[in-house]
Design a protein. Structure first.
Length: 455
């Protein structure tokens, strides 16, 4: 970056260019790496707006960034320029208990927001496994989902209004502070999940619900694959809505067992069900799931006895992804979503597709909403193996679409999945998206080329 431009950036917004900061800002959890020329760390929306006005006038590339836990390269500065690190804007601005609304800056950690709401008897349901590390802004920009999606949905169901700085530095407010509003287009939904390509979220107004008085967890271990498949199918037929219905397959469990040093967890499959509400309804619903899972051949089906066992199980579930990465550092990790009734088929086909490419695969994820975290595993990660794994991933995506599914449930498209977009979107649909991008970011400054190549 031209040093004179860097000086202009510093004049409008705090910024750093030390080697460590540039190194950290160059990557996210996708494993991809780009080149950050400067890291801007605004403390206010005005500083973000001033930076974007400068970027638009100059122009230079800007990559918005939260905690960098994204899995698809969204926060990777692929084309250099300024990384806009929003973590210093980290204030919870308001929790309105009567309205059931929270207002937060983008750098607030999602886990901190959840805790602050719970301390007031309110509940912010979206719960990505990374909640303790990821930011509100990143979660809005990816429409993050997570462990409670089966009952409560994802970020897109909780964002009422946003303040957004557009690529030219103008500031807009979308949505309303009310539960209903149809004034104008639904711009809030447009920005939720837009992966930092359309604007920079500088404030989010979020809908809260009352904190459920009680939650209870059922754990079901399986000793063979066929019983696990029957168990998942049976659980999905239960006429109750659990807040979580999670599945971990044998390979993923083997990684977790090593990671948390619990060899007894290396079994053929695990299903976790969590219900919330009053104590009696939790007990009634869990007994329905217990009957379904036992009837399907669950080897060990029981309620988590104590709060500590419950916490240990959910903590382990949150760490599956890191455990898998520790065991198989070379892998492609995808997050396809299929109709719930096709979850078992997709899990089975994932392994079959990988075997056809001479590879292994594993799956875990949110069966309650059809979302499989599918990892294609590599032994060495050399060029030949990567090419085979990439072809395998393409076939996994094709199969998910054939089953009526979608490329990504919650991680987004960014860099890693953009070449596969035509599998799901028609040329006309892609053209409509690109027209929106060009209207809002005519100079192609924000996350240029991500999601839609050529933008
Ligand atoms: C171990 C692990 C487990 C995970 N589990 C889940 C899970 O269960 N569910 C799930 O949905 N995700 C999960 N993720 C993915 C990731 O944590 C989420 O996508 C998260 O919401 C990203 O937040 P972040 O602050 O890290 O954003 P970043 O990674 O920094 O950015 C993500 C995207 O958002 C954009 N962005 C960030 N802030 C802003 C802003 N203020 N305005 C505009 N654009 C912005 C970036 O440009 C980028 O495109 C997991 C990741 C890890 C590493």
């Amino acid at each position: 970056m031209d040093p004179r431009v860097a000086d202009l950036v510093r004049a409008v917004c705090p910024a750093v260019d030390g080697a460590d900061a540039l190194q950290r800002a160059g990557a996210d959890e996708s494993g991809l790496r780009g080149r950050a020329d400067l890291v801007a760390r605004p403390r206010t929306a005005d500083e973000v707006a001033a930076l974007m006005r400068l970027a638009h006038a100059t122009p230079f590339h800007v990559t918005p960034r939260g905690a960098g836990t994204g899995r698809c390269g969204g926060a990777v500065p692929e084309r250099g320029g300024v990384v806009l690190d929003l973590t210093a804007m980290d204030r919870i601005l308001e929790i309105d208990e009567a309205e059931g609304i929270a207002r937060a800056e983008p750098g607030v950690l999602l886990g901190d927001l959840q805790a602050a709401c719970e301390a007031r008897g309110l509940f912010f349901p979206p719960d990505p496994a990374s909640a303790k590390e990821c930011t509100v802004g990143g979660a809005v920009a990816t429409s993050a989902g997570g462990l409670r999606g089966a009952k409560y949905g994802t970020m897109k169901h909780y964002v009422l209004a946003l303040t957004v700085v557009l690529a030219d530095g103008s500031v807009i407010r979308t949505g309303a502070r009310t539960r209903k509003s149809v004034t104008g287009y639904d711009m809030t939904s447009l920005f939720v999940g837009s992966e930092g390509t359309l604007g920079v979220v500088v404030e989010a107004t979020l809908r809260l619900v009352p904190l459920p008085p009680h939650a209870a967890t059922l754990v079901a271990w399986f000793d063979d694959e066929a019983s696990l498949e029957r168990g998942i199918a049976a659980a999905l037929r239960v006429r109750a809505v659990p807040r979580a219905l999670e599945v971990v397959d044998a390979k993923a469990l083997s990684a977790v067992a090593e990671f948390v040093a619990k060899p007894e967890w290396a079994r053929a499959g695990l299903v976790l069900v969590e219900c919330d509400g009053d104590e009696a309804s939790c007990a009634r619903e869990l007994s329905m799931f217990a009957a379904a899972l036992s009837g399907a051949g669950g080897a060990d089906v029981r309620r988590a006895d104590s709060a500590s066992e419950r916490d240990a199980l959910w903590e382990a579930r949150r760490r599956v992804s890191r455990a898998v990465r520790a065991k198989w550092p070379h892998r492609f990790a995808e997050d396809v979503c299929v109709p719930r009734t096709a979850f078992v088929q997709m899990l089975r086909d994932l392994r079959g597709i990988a075997a056809r490419h001479g590879l292994d695969a594993l799956g875990f994820g949110h069966a309650g909403d059809g979302n499989i975290h599918a990892s294609v595993l590599m032994r060495t990660g050399d060029d030949g193996e990567r090419a085979r794994a990439a072809a395998c991933v393409g076939d996994v995506f094709r199969r998910a679409i054939e089953l009526g599914g979608t490329l990504t449930a919650e991680h987004g498209i960014a860099i890693t999945k953009r070449d596969y977009l035509p599998l799901e979107l028609s040329p006309e649909t892609i053209a409509a998206h690109v027209a929106v991008k060009r209207a809002l970011d005519p100079r192609g400054i924000l996350n240029a080329g991500k999601v839609f190549p050529g933008t």
